[in-house]
Design a protein around this ligand. Structure first.
Ligand SMILES: [Zn+2]
Length: 516
């Protein structure tokens, strides 16, 4: 009797399985870095902290085990690599990561969809448009039926061949990128929806190159004209007949023909897709003269003088030229040398100044061996980028030591006069309050805080009472007109003054079904 019941239950179970629509099979993969071709730094494979297989789910809260999106597909996480911005990726690192991706993809074919999660501003020594190369190699392997949904940073670049080989494409709508995860979720939701509904690839993709190349520090969406420009994107994407709309600022510190702004709109309504993309491109072009730095910008000396004079505390200064989150080496010593040379900070009773940060593995090791409260001396910085100043001798007391940071590995604070210098084993960006408080520093109580950064990230922006951006030297010099571009398209705003209005009509990109 019991056996019969069991047989009946199993029969209906398998019948149910047979009749249920199979879940779409979707792979997750991609590499993210923005790398400056104007920096002498090089990026190796380890810098990508590659994640493989199911550990990839931890990156995406919207794909957590109990999320509805997770249930709607059979996910095949392949490889996700995410590096701090830096110098060009070595060809060996790029080939190794791409081949690992292709090998893992090959083992699990076929796919209904691929979530391609990239930044879009990777430079590889000797290879132009690596993201275009990467997607072509994926497309060749998985075939033309698979729908690829690409999610990008708005500082990435969209070449024609990337546009051709992807089916859905989007990017952030906020700088700073407070919508980074929301953007990825949108890319995934659109992908799942297009597969589930049977609508498949959007019928039209419009691509418009806008001949503008600007640094991120001039295009924050917190202020005009970036604010209005990017506020136009969500309503544009919400129209019937449109799947998504996106505007890329592009990446200013690499020298390739693809480095410029781009507008893309995808959808099923041809006229709407064309009109919407042209409207966004025109809006961008017409606002070009209004882009300026997000905070007053001066020479470093002038910034320091203003900060010392000002009653506003804490007073922040962005040390922009070597900003590691834009692709600077992060170890230029020029700014710190200037600070330590100033008489105001020579003794511990002077105005307190936090400097974040400078790599100096030799001094870190000495500080760890000596311990807190002990006097140490050693050279820091200029191992990668010594073009502006040589390694700098630092002599002071070890205030704190911290182990285990993902990027910095070990961090120490050395007090020199009234300056608290954060010295790291490896370079690390300081974006959050906890990055400081974990080291026993209180940036809210400091007189001056100087960070290798461009625009201030939200937590720092919220605590600053005064803020100036310093035009310091480095691999991501904010004065683009000083950079030796050779390969970008010309004419290009703002380099070619008085250039004629460009052709901003939509180019319809062929479907990936037709890609070569
Ligand atoms: Zn960005």
């Amino acid at each position: 009797m019991r056996l019969k019941l069991l047989l009946i239950i199993s029969f209906y179970f398998y019948l149910g399985q047979l009749l249920a629509k199979p879940k779409p099979r979707i792979a997750i993969t991609g590499l993210s870095i923005e790398s400056s071709t104007f920096s002498p730094a090089r990026t190796d494979e380890a810098a990508f902290h590659a994640k493989y297989g199911t550990e990839i789910f931890s990156i995406y809260p919207f794909l957590s085990a109990d999320s509805s999106l997770r249930q709607r597909a059979e996910w095949i996480p392949i490889l996700i690599g995410n590096a701090l911005p830096g110098g060009s990726v070595t060809p060996e690192a790029y080939e190794s990561l791409v081949n690992k991706t292709l090998d893992a993809l090959r083992k699990n074919m076929p796919y209904d969809g691929i979530f391609f999660d990239i930044h879009g501003a990777m430079s590889v020594a000797g290879l132009e448009d690596p993201e275009g190369d990467f997607i072509i190699r994926i497309r060749k392997l998985v075939g033309k039926k698979t729908i690829i949904s690409t999610s990008m940073d708005l500082h990435g670049n969209v070449s024609w061949r990337l546009a051709e080989n992807t089916d859905l494409i989007t990017c952030y709508r906020m700088a700073p990128h407070e919508d980074a995860m929301e953007t990825r979720k949108r890319a995934v939701e659109n992908l799942v929806y297009r597969i589930e509904s049977g609508k498949g690839k959007p019928a039209y993709k419009a691509w418009i190159p806008v001949p503008i190349l600007l640094p991120g520090e001039k295009t924050s969406t917190r202020i005009e004209p970036g604010k209005s420009l990017y506020q136009a994107v969500a309503p544009a994407a919400a129209q019937p007949g449109i799947v998504d709309a996106a505007i890329w600022i592009g990446y200013a510190w690499a020298d390739e023909p693809r480095n410029h702004a781009v507008v893309m709109v995808t959808g099923d309504d041809k006229e709407k897709v064309i009109q919407t993309s042209e409207k966004l491109a025109r809006l961008f072009w017409e606002s070009r003269f209004q882009f300026g730095f997000v905070a007053p910008t001066e020479s470093f000396d002038e910034c320091l003088d203003s900060a010392l004079r000002s009653p506003k505390r804490p007073f922040f200064i962005s040390d922009m030229g070597d900003n590691p989150t834009a692709g600077g080496a992060g170890d230029v010593t020029w700014t710190l040398k200037e600070i330590l040379a100033r008489p105001e900070f020579k003794n511990s009773g002077g105005p307190s100044l936090i400097y974040a940060s400078i790599p100096g593995p030799g001094l870190v090791n000495k500080a760890v061996a000596a311990g807190k409260g002990v006097f140490v001396s050693g050279y820091v910085g200029a191992q990668v980028d010594s073009r502006y100043a040589p390694p700098l001798l630092i002599t002071g007391y070890v205030k704190s030591i911290k182990f285990g940071d993902r990027d910095a590995e070990t961090e120490v604070v050395v007090q020199v006069g009234s300056v608290f210098v954060i010295v790291t084993q490896k370079r690390k960006p300081y974006h959050r309050e906890i990055d400081f408080t974990d080291l026993g520093l209180n940036p809210r109580k400091a007189d001056i805080v100087i960070v290798k950064i461009g625009y201030l990230q939200p937590e720092l922006y919220a605590m600053q009472a005064g803020w100036l951006m310093a035009l310091t030297p480095g691999g991501v010099d904010q004065n683009l007109e000083r950079l030796p571009y050779k390969k970008i398209n010309r004419p290009m705003f703002p380099f070619d003054k008085n250039m004629a209005d460009p052709d901003l009509s939509a180019r319809l990109v062929p479907s990936s079904n037709l890609s070569r």
